[in-house]
Design a binder for this molecule. Structure first.
Ligand code: SAM
Length: 226
């Protein structure tokens, strides 16, 4: 298996390839960013998006998100305030790991997508031994690591509950919600936490390279409505 799965270390590059696959070039796509927060990487493909709607429980962050055409306050685990089949793509970047009831969210994302519409997820992989070990750390320590390494703001470091966060759990829950996988890749992203320190980054990369692919720290995948 490891021979056929490339060693990817840049989740944004993998994501961009999948976004270009999911979004036609005519610029008309209607996109829902689930758990949009205050910024979005979808700016990289904004020319392919006709309307970008964001939804989040964090109202302050959502209103700060300048890339959105429209922000809606809402809990992803509850029924969403959108009509059936109104979106071409649902995108969620590091959100699934925070959801108490991801199956409920997946069912709603399936409902609001058009037939043949796409779901793109970037999420943490709890099958990674490093992530599992990190769960033992107090939240205050995790905040410091994310601030120093990945550059997160303190109020943007959310508790993770990992209810759908192994490759197998994700596959089973998305399948039950009516999604078929298009391309799902494990990506080694732990070197982000080393910040600009080269030696620790190289050690983290080497460590992830030694692991079986499905134990790498991040899952990036594209699914399609069946
Ligand atoms: C790690 S942040 C990612 C934010 C943004 N997607 C990004 O890429 O910067 C997780 C986001 O998910 C949102 N979130 C967590 N649980 C949620 C829920 N049940 N419903 C809606 N939003 C939620 C948080 O408020 C936060 O904005």
């Amino acid at each position: 298996m490891s021979r056929t799965i490339p060693f990817e270390t840049d989740h944004t590059a993998v994501e961009l390839r999948l976004l270009e696959r999911a979004l036609p070039a005519d610029g008309q796509a209607t996109v829902l960013e689930a758990g949009c927060g205050r910024t979005t990487r979808l700016v990289a493909v904004r020319d392919r998006i006709g309307e970008l709607v964001g939804i989040d429980v964090d109202v302050e962050a959502g209103h700060e998100n300048a890339a959105l055409d429209r922000f809606v306050e809402g809990d992803l685990c509850e029924p969403l305030p959108f009509d059936d089949a109104g979106f071409d793509l649902v995108y969620a970047n590091f959100v699934v790991e925070h959801l108490d009831r991801p199956s409920a969210a997946f069912a709603e994302w399936h409902r609001v997508l058009q037939p043949g519409g796409h779901l793109l997820l970037v999420t943490s992989n709890r099958a990674s031994p490093v992530l599992r070990a990190a769960e033992l750390l107090p939240q205050s320590t995790r905040v410091v690591i994310k601030q120093r390494g990945a550059g997160a703001r303190e109020d943007d470091v959310f508790p993770a509950v990992y209810r759908a966060n192994t490759p197998r759990r994700l596959r089973e829950q998305l399948d039950a919600a009516g999604f078929a996988p298009v391309s799902v890749l494990p990506v080694a992203t732990l070197d982000r936490y080393a910040g600009r320190r080269r030696a620790p980054a190289a050690i983290l990369r080497a460590g992830e390279h030694a692991l079986p692919p499905w134990r790498r720290s991040t899952i990036v995948g594209l699914w399609q409505v069946r």
